[in-house]
Design a protein around this ligand. Sequence first.
Ligand SMILES: O=c1ccn([C@H]2C[C@H](O)[C@@H](COP(=O)(O)OP(=O)(O)OP(=O)(O)O)O2)c(=O)[nH]1
Ligand SMILES: [Mg+2]
Length: 171
Amino acid sequence: MAGGAWRARVGAYAHAVTEGAVSGEVSPVEVLIHRLDDGLPLPAYAHPGDAGADLYAVSDVELLPGERAVVGTGVAIALPDGYAAFVHPRSGLAARHGVTLVNAPGTVDAGYRGEIKVTLINTDTKNAVRIRRGDRIAQLVIQRVERASFYEVDRLPGSARGTDGFGSTGR
Ligand SMILES: O=c1ccn([C@H]2C[C@H](O)[C@@H](COP(=O)(O)OP(=O)(O)OP(=O)(O)O)O2)c(=O)[nH]1
Ligand SMILES: [Mg+2]
């Protein structure tokens, strides 16, 4: 693409963003949700365009340095076939307190009907962290997922990377 056309395209995109065209409201997937705890809000997106809907803690929990705990969120969902939900850490909790998820991202299968739970861990080596009921402890990202058919072969086709990995390209 010529320089002028490229600049026009970038300009149009920037305009669309600042005018709010990237609103995150584009045909959301419908997900059935069952509240297991009437005292907590439903998961919600904090801003238009956010990828993750925040999940709330059902109970108080204190995490000593290095300690982990499985905390309920008070909700269960039924995803359409071909989707999965991923439980991701919140960056604020991670940066401020060192709290993340043991199994990040946790995978919620489309067929799972139980309570979504969060495996919190306090990675701070000195300070305990107190989580209170109602705190936003993680975020749920809903994505389309492919299922594979696995075909066993004796030899895989070649590729530029081959078997190199684990830092093979250097730092
Ligand atoms: O962070 C998570 C991860 C999983 N789950 C639920 C939903 C998921 O569908 C189910 C099973 O998760 P996974 O397959 O990761 O665990 P597993 O150890 O393989 O258990 P299973 O043998 O039940 O598949 O547990 C959560 O609530 N939170
Ligand atoms: Mg499993």
